[in-house]
Write a protein that binds this ligand. Structure first.
Ligand SMILES: Cc1cc2nc3c(=O)[nH]c(=O)nc-3n(C[C@H](O)[C@H](O)[C@H](O)COP(=O)(O)OP(=O)(O)OC[C@H]3O[C@@H](n4cnc5c(N)ncnc54)[C@H](O)[C@@H]3O)c2cc1C
Length: 454
């Protein structure tokens, strides 16, 4: 079972949204101009489909690169690393599995059970103690989700249980570790931000989580093929009128019949793109209640593997909440001496303020606690700071207090048949994921096509 499925109370939806959604009307014969804001997975999926249907599409992208939160770095030529999304969550019937298969892109499963847990002092945790911590964690999570009431966050709800109140210091540390790696790393929000009443009302595809040893970016690269994309065009203003939309960037102005907006919720929250007139209240409310969290990655490349080379996941139970609690052993998939450390939520927000050297030193002190002081220094590293990224301001959306699938629907709502919205956070069924972004883009393209031709 993959980690997301653990928390999903809802049944698995086997049908792809592409099959669910209305069929597309004919092939475009009109000369309507469509502008797509953002060349991430949602924007590229939409543009690719509209292009294939015969529309004139222009994608406006603020960065020097495409892919958005799908970002494969090829800095290390022999081992591409994904600085944004890594996994297809749930491979069965997932539209991205089909896309990857059609393109011949390699995928490898992750076995989360192939893991080891180290205690704060760096010694492996006894199996019995680990099992007990998992049992307490499962019970706690069930109690929290069954009894919480608004406006409680997961953290509030935990503190209110007798179970939590009765735990020893060591049990609390182990449970906090599991809460960090299972909830904060998955949802990117902090325990004191995520709604306890409705932490997750999404659907999930079944099957393993699959990674891309050659890079997730191969999928977005493919979708971008043949599409007109204006790079380094940061959209600053979108003026939607009854008969047209004017999109202003830092470089020039674009007139469109329809626009698809795929801006991350972090960008919408920041207000760095001005909408004229302002977004309707229901949409603005959705932007306010949907949380936008933080998950950061640190890739460390060493001269050789000194860690548990056959384990996929390395856990460390920290004193300070969320500090380098989880590592992915990239060597297990690529045979290259690379480790990937994750930080989410509060600890990630803290480390983002540090220099690269400070981040690496902090991570190395944890690895030295576990593997000894004589381990080598890293030869090089790659670090993300998604929270400081002006074209994301975070990693992905989660359900803050008051957010639910209606908030996602409000965010996705079309305005006047002119302004369409896509992106992971607009996905009612699959928010926070690449496949959610992909399906939302396809749906927006279908909606435009049906609107234009009606
Ligand atoms: C560290 C990390 C790990 C993740 N892990 C996974 C995972 O393993 N599996 C998974 O399914 N999902 C994962 N996700 C989430 C996944 O990456 C996103 O849900 C998905 O890629 C979002 O796609 P999108 O098209 O909605 O948004 P984006 O990819 O953010 O696309 C939006 C685009 O708009 C552009 N833009 C922003 N502002 C402007 C502007 N003013 N003008 C023009 N363009 C602008 C951006 O540059 C970007 O290219 C992860 C995300 C992160 C950050």
């Amino acid at each position: 079972m993959n980690k997301r499925n653990f928390l999903l109370m809802s049944s698995v939806t086997m049908l792809m949204a592409a099959c669910n959604s209305k069929s597309v009307k004919g092939i475009a014969t009109s000369d309507k101009k469509i502008v797509v804001v953002g060349a991430g997975m949602a924007g590229l999926a939409a543009a690719n489909m509209l292009h294939k249907l015969g529309y004139k599409v222009t994608v406006l992208e603020a960065r020097k690169r495409i892919g958005g939160r799908v970002w494969t770095s090829r800095l290390w030529s022999d081992v591409p690393v994904d600085l944004g999304a890594s996994w297809i969550h749930g491979e069965h019937k997932n539209p991205l599995t089909k896309l990857a298969k059609d393109l011949g892109v390699r995928r490898l499963p992750t076995n989360y059970d192939n893991s080891i847990v180290y205690g704060n002092e760096g010694k492996p945790i006894d199996n019995k103690i680990d099992k007990e911590a998992n049992k307490i964690f499962n019970k706690l999570v069930r109690q929290v989700f069954n009894n919480a009431s608004d406006p409680e966050t997961i953290f509030d709800a935990i503190e209110n249980t007798n179970l939590w109140k009765g735990l020893s210091k060591q049990q609390r540390q182990s449970v906090m570790h599991l809460l960090n790696t299972t909830i904060e790393h998955e949802f990117s929000g902090a325990l004191n931000e995520i709604s306890a009443v409705n932490p997750d009302d999404s659907e999930a595809f079944s099957g393993e989580d699959m990674m891309f040893p050659d890079g997730y970016g191969l999928l977005t690269d493919y979708l971008a093929t043949g599409i007109e994309i204006k790079m380094e065009h940061a959209v600053e203003e979108i003026e939607y009128q009854n008969d047209k939309v004017v999109v202003k960037t830092n470089i020039s102005e674009f007139l469109a019949d329809q626009v698809i907006v795929t801006l991350p919720v972090g960008v919408l929250k920041k207000g760095s793109v001005k909408f004229i007139p302002p977004l309707p209240e229901s949409k603005q409310q959705a932007v306010d209640v949907i949380g936008f969290g933080l998950l950061d990655k640190l890739f460390l490349r060493f001269p050789y593997v000194f860690w548990d080379k056959n384990k996929e996941i390395l856990n460390w139970i920290s004193d300070e909440h969320g500090r380098w609690n989880e590592w992915l052993n990239i060597a297990a998939y690529t045979e290259k001496p690379v480790l990937l450390g994750f930080n989410a939520a509060e600890y990630a927000r803290k480390t983002e303020q540090w220099s690269d050297e400070e981040i690496v030193n902090d991570a190395m002190s944890v690895l030295r606690t576990i593997y000894g002081t004589d381990i080598p220094d890293p030869e090089s590293w790659q670090i993300t700071r998604w929270g400081k990224d002006p074209f994301a301001y975070g990693s992905y959306s989660f359900n803050g207090v008051g957010a639910n699938s209606d908030s996602r629907l409000a965010l996705a709502e079309t305005i006047n048949d002119r302004l369409f919205f896509a992106g992971e956070a607009t996905s009612e069924d699959y928010p926070s994921t690449v496949h959610g972004a992909y399906l939302s883009g396809i749906e927006a393209a279908e909606n435009i096509s049906n609107t234009v031709l009606k």
